[in-house]
Every structure is written in C-alpha cells, then in structure tokens.
Design a protein around this ligand. Structure first.
Ligand code: HEM
Ligand code: HEM
Length: 166
C-alpha cells in the first residue's frame, strides 16, 4: 500500500472497473449456451458447432475477466484505493470492505471454477459456479449499486465521481 492516502482511483483502475463490469454482466446474462452444452453432454448428445461457438464466447469472456482481475489486483496493491468518506457509519465502512474483498475473491474463483468445469470436466465446480457463485455475484452487484445510490442521493457523498471523472 502507498504511504500517502489516495483520493481517487487511477485511470487504468477506472477503465478496468467499467470493462470488467460490462464483461461480468454479459456473462451473467448470457450463460444459457453453457447450460445447453453441459446438458447435451450429460445426455450423451453431440453438441452442434453453434453451441460450441456460443459456449466458447462465455469461456473467453470469463478468461478475460480473470486476466483483468490480476491487473486490477496489482493496481490496487500499488496505487491503493481511496478511503471511505469520513462520515460514513462504521458498520457501512465494514460492509463496504467485506463486499469489495468478496468481489475480488469472486473475480478469481468464479472463472477458475468455470475453467475447471469446461476444460477439465469437473462437474461439482460447474454446479458451484452456476449456483452459489452466480447468486453471490448478483447479490453483491445489487448491493453495490444500491450503496452507490445511497451515497449519492441520501448521504450526498459524491463517491460516484471517484470511479468516473476521478
Ligand atoms: C467471472 C466470469 C463468469 C461469470 C460471471 C459466469 C457466469 C455464469 C453463469 C451465470 C452461469 C449459469 C447459468 C445459469 O444456470 O443460469 C454459468 C455457467 C457456466 N459457465 Fe460461467 N461465468 C464466468 C466465467 C466462466 C469461464 C471462464 C468458464 C470456462 C472457461 C465458464 C464456464 C461455465 C460452464 C461450463 C457453465 C455451466 C455449468 C453447469 O451448468 O454445470 N464460465 N456461468
Ligand atoms: C456490475 C459489476 C460491478 C462490479 C463487479 C463492481 C466492483 C467494484 C469494486 C470491487 C470496487 C472497489 C474498488 C476496487 O478496488 O476496484 C468498486 C468501486 C466502485 N464502483 Fe463498482 N462494480 C460494478 C458496477 C458498478 C456500477 C454499475 C456502478 C455505478 C452505479 C459502480 C460504481 C462504483 C463506484 C462509485 C466505486 C467507488 C467506491 C469507493 O471506493 O468509494 N460500480 N466496484
């Protein structure tokens, strides 16, 4: 961690935040190709080239998330992140810290579980990936966006600009 406190996220951190948000939402919404493919394989059917192509898009988008997560973590460790606003209630500060840490954990374990299922045929990894991990990711995203809105419109602490114009 750097010694002087940072007031905003760096431009690369902001770019990666929005790029990853887009890729994550894409994969959360467009995963049915993977579902169809794994069902077809389980039922002993031969998947069509179209099915495989669509499933590969999900896989490559997810692998991109994993690669960006490595860069993002390194940036966070070197550049750091701004502190929560001083007047934020301690419980919310803690909730924010836990939520951000859980996001980072999921950025790694979610694609890793997908890779284990898709390329190594580990069924349990696929079930965890498409079950609890998917659910947790959605809960975090909804809570995260909710928290940003509360900051902006209820507490009137402009945290949103840390991730936009800086
Ligand atoms: C963080 C990025 C990723 C997200 C957000 C994500 C999201 C999802 C979601 C939401 C489903 C379940 C669809 C449903 O049941 O409604 C799913 C299924 C699946 N995903 Fe991903 N995925 C990601 C990365 C990957 C990667 C990198 C791979 C493989 C290279 C992968 C392989 C799979 C497979 C094989 C399934 C089907 C699992 C099963 O039904 O057993 N995913 N993914
Ligand atoms: C959809 C997927 C999203 C994910 C996975 C995500 C994840 C994160 C994470 C992990 C952080 C902590 C900073 C870091 O170290 O990178 C963060 C910060 C932030 N995010 Fe998101 N985010 C998402 C979407 C959004 C959206 C839609 C908004 C706008 C409403 C938003 C606004 C912000 C803001 C303003 C911060 C800075 C908060 C602060 O530290 O004061 N994010 N996000």
């Amino acid at each position: 961690m750097p010694s002087s406190p940072v007031l905003s996220y760096s431009i690369p951190q902001r770019l990666i935040h929005w790029l990853m948000a887009g890729l994550l939402v894409f994969n959360l919404l467009f995963a049915e190709a993977m579902e169809e493919l794994s069902e077809a394989v389980e039922e002993g059917q031969t998947p069509t080239p179209n099915m495989i192509a669509s499933a590969n898009i999900h896989a490559y988008v997810g692998i991109a998330v994993l690669c960006l997560a490595v860069i993002r973590l390194l940036l966070r460790l070197t550049h750091g992140a701004p502190d929560a606003p001083a007047d934020e209630p301690p419980l919310f500060r803690l909730a924010g810290k836990i939520a951000h840490a859980t996001f980072y954990l999921l950025f790694f374990v979610m694609p890793a579980a997908g890779i284990a299922a898709y390329y190594f045929g580990i069924g349990t990894a696929g079930e965890i990936h498409a079950g609890p991990m998917k659910l947790l990711m959605w809960i975090l995203i909804v809570a995260h966006v909710g928290a940003v809105l509360v900051h902006q419109f209820v507490w009137k602490t402009p945290v949103a600009q840390r991730m936009t114009k800086g």
